[in-house]
Design a binder for this molecule. Structure first.
Ligand SMILES: CC(=O)N[C@@H](CC(=O)O)C(=O)NC[C@H](CC1(C(=O)N[C@@H](Cc2ccc(O)cc2)C(=O)O)CCCC1)C(=O)O
Ligand SMILES: [Zn+2]
Length: 617
């Protein structure tokens, strides 16, 4: 092995230049496929994927020839520690092709899945009523003239958000899982086998351990478990209150007063955020509500105007504007002339100049928040663009997910929405405060158990604790036990419900979002301090604070050049280097007190025997 550190540094210099070019070519091919889903574009992208993997393996061979662990320069050692993990390219070529092929097939199934309109699917009884029980017996579609025409975005997303008909919601919930989840069950099992084989070739016990290594700390799994245990009581208070409101709306036959909440009634296809049932659950209906969707529409906001509004928040902090090419090359609306992957995403083309967002933007408050989220990824990409290629990444994946959300915490406040003209008169009353905190909790607190259980389930699949005999059952054990939601129709091992959530077929890890929802409040607290904010944390708006912007720039410019624990030390001026639930609990403190008083007499938590009995074939 080569102990010459000077030669190693020369190798790293060459790698830096070549990797940027290879990455750019792969991102272009991947972008072309995602913004124009055709077989040709898929083939080109898979070809580029193989070229990138060959490049990665060649460089890996060179890197592993160096005795890098004894090198004296810390950043050189850190670069080699990343370079000497080959990832899926460690697989034999034929298995790598199978793996990438399976991944593309699963992503395509998800992206093009469509279901029939509600009424087209259902048989009518002589009386003219719908025959709900017949809805899935007649699998022979043309018997009832059903042609699947409704895609997830924007149709099913909007229907799940706006329908208040439990039967329609139940149909949509089940039909989507028939179309998107069930068909990929076998492919996913084979994909897991190959992912584990690749992980073992890299010295990990399974793909879950490989994923968790991104967080660079031992006991990350236990750390996440501990954070959830501290947050679960607040979630249970919110769950109890929302359940009581849903009982009021739909009655106890539909919503068990002491049981889990049926998953189709929470305004979201996966019950992961509950903002779309704010109208049913808002604490003080008469008072100010921060859902500015109507104002956006009345004021004629376009997707572009929403993007400009988000960009202006970043530049008000002294952070980077979007590059010129961003506005020319991004896809911010769903095209009408071709299939695209609508799931929003932010793209770094690895050349320090080309950055884009792909988003099927709708003019809603939810999409305004998403726009900040995606632009947060681009901002982070821009701030670390002068780092070496290997360090151009988030300090940990949760940091990358937090950036946009941190700004959105300020941009969503009633005061801020009023200052940009999206909200009329805002009173500083207690009720308005509670309404605002409640709306934020439907997004941030409701999400925590889902953000936690997604990879709990996958880590157990990768480790073999969960197998094909209990794949779907284990999913519902976690959904019931952790999140307190139940399926609106019985589920069996014929189904594959996790497969109906983008990140499973797309194989995108998810615990990053749980980490983000904790750490974004640590960022918020520190930036508010830097901005000189006084008063309750939930009222802070860092808009136009150049001091807050400077602190954020200092933390994010590090990229992955230092462990994220050091980045947290920079953020907190040395006060901590750990994930900490105190800021999120402080932010929601007033709401928790209010919920505890409102929930007197309610069962906090849920009796699992009230869930629909899980059928096991
Ligand atoms: C080239 C590439 O892929 N780039 C990465 C970014 C990067 O790695 O640089 C990327 O763009 N990933 C896409 C993904 C999209 C979204 C998502 O999937 N969100 C989660 C969880 C969630 C829920 C509520 C919330 O407020 C925030 C997050 C979900 O919807 O379940 C959908 C809209 C929001 C974010 C994303 O932006 O994280
Ligand atoms: Zn993100």
């Amino acid at each position: 092995t080569n102990t010459n550190e000077a030669e190693a540094i020369d190798f790293l210099g060459r790698y830096d230049r070549e990797a940027g070019q290879m990455c750019n070519k792969f991102m272009e091919a991947s972008w072309n496929y995602n913004t124009n889903v055709t077989d040709f574009n898929k083939r080109v992208m898979l070809q580029q994927q193989m070229i990138w993997s060959d490049f990665h393996r060649t460089k890996w061979n060179e890197a592993t020839n160096f005795a890098w662990k004894n090198f004296t320069t810390p950043t050189v050692r850190r670069m080699f520690s990343f370079l000497t993990v080959l990832g899926k390219a460690a697989l034999p070529r034929d298995k790598l092709k199978e793996l990438t092929g399976l991944l593309q097939e699963m992503k395509t199934t998800y992206s093009v899945a469509k279901i029939c309109r509600y009424d087209a699917r259902l048989r009518r009884l002589p009386s003219g009523d719908y025959d709900y029980d017949a809805e899935f017996e007649a699998d022979d579609d043309n018997q009832i003239g059903c042609i699947p025409t409704l895609p997830l975005e924007p149709h099913l997303t909007q229907m799940m958000a706006n329908s208040r008909d439990p039967d329609e919601l139940r149909y949509l919930w089940r039909a989507w899982r028939e179309a998107a989840g069930k068909p990929i069950r076998q492919k996913y099992l084979r994909f897991v086998e190959l992912s584990n084989e690749a992980a073992r070739l890299n010295g990990f016990s399974d793909a879950g351990e490989y994923w968790r290594s991104d967080y660079e700390i031992d006991g990350f799994r236990e750390e996440v478990e501990e954070l959830w245990q501290k947050l679960s009581p607040l979630y249970q208070q919110l769950h109890a209150y929302v359940r009581a409101k849903l009982v009021e709306k739909y009655g106890e036959e539909v919503v068990p007063r002491r049981g889990p909440i049926p998953a189709h009634l929470l305004g979201n296809m996966w019950a992961q955020t509950w903002t779309n049932v704010l109208d049913i659950t808002i604490p003080y209906p008469g008072r100010t509500s921060v859902d500015v969707t109507n104002a956006l529409r009345i004021q004629g906001y376009s997707p572009l105007a929403m993007f400009r509004l988000a960009e202006e928040f970043f530049t008000s902090l002294g952070l980077e504007p979007m590059p010129q090419t961003f506005w020319q090359r991004s896809m911010i609306q769903k095209p009408t002339d071709r299939e695209v992957v609508c799931h929003a995403s932010a793209w770094d083309f690895c050349n320090g100049r080309d950055y884009r967002i792909k988003q099927c933007t709708e003019v809603t408050m939810e999409h305004l928040v998403t726009t900040h989220h995606e632009m947060g990824h681009i901002q982070y990409d821009l701030l670390y663009r002068n780092q070496p290629f290997i360090f151009r990444d988030g300090a940990n994946p949760g940091f990358h997910e937090a950036v946009g959300d941190v700004l959105a915490l300020s941009a969503s406040t009633p005061r801020h929405l009023q200052s940009v003209g999206l909200l009329g008169n805002v009173d500083d009353s207690y009720e308005t405060d509670i309404n605002f905190l409640f709306a934020m909790a439907l997004d941030k607190i409701a999400f925590l158990p889902f953000g936690y259980l997604m990879d709990q389930w996958r880590w157990e699949v990768f480790s073999g604790d969960t197998t094909s005999s209990n794949l779907n059952n284990r999913w519902w054990e976690l959904r019931l036990g952790v999140q307190g939601v139940s399926p609106p129709v019985p589920r069996t091992e014929e189904d594959f419900d996790p497969g109906a959530k983008f990140h499973v077929p797309a194989n995108v890890p998810y615990v990053r979002y749980f980490v983000s929802f904790v750490v974004q409040f640590q960022f918020h607290a520190e930036l508010c301090k830097a901005a000189g904010h006084e008063g309750p944390l939930h009222r802070c708006d860092i808009y136009r604070s150049v001091k807050a912007g400077r602190l954020l720039r200092n933390v994010l410019s590090l990229g992955k050049s230092r462990p994220w624990t050091e980045a947290l030390s920079v953020l907190t001026s040395g006060r901590t280097n750990k994930l900490d639930v105190e800021p999120i609990l402080e932010y929601f403190g007033p709401l928790r007190t209010w919920l505890e008083s409102q929930n007197r007499g309610e069962l906090i938590g849920w009796r699992e025997n009230e869930a629909i009995v899980l059928q096991v074939t």
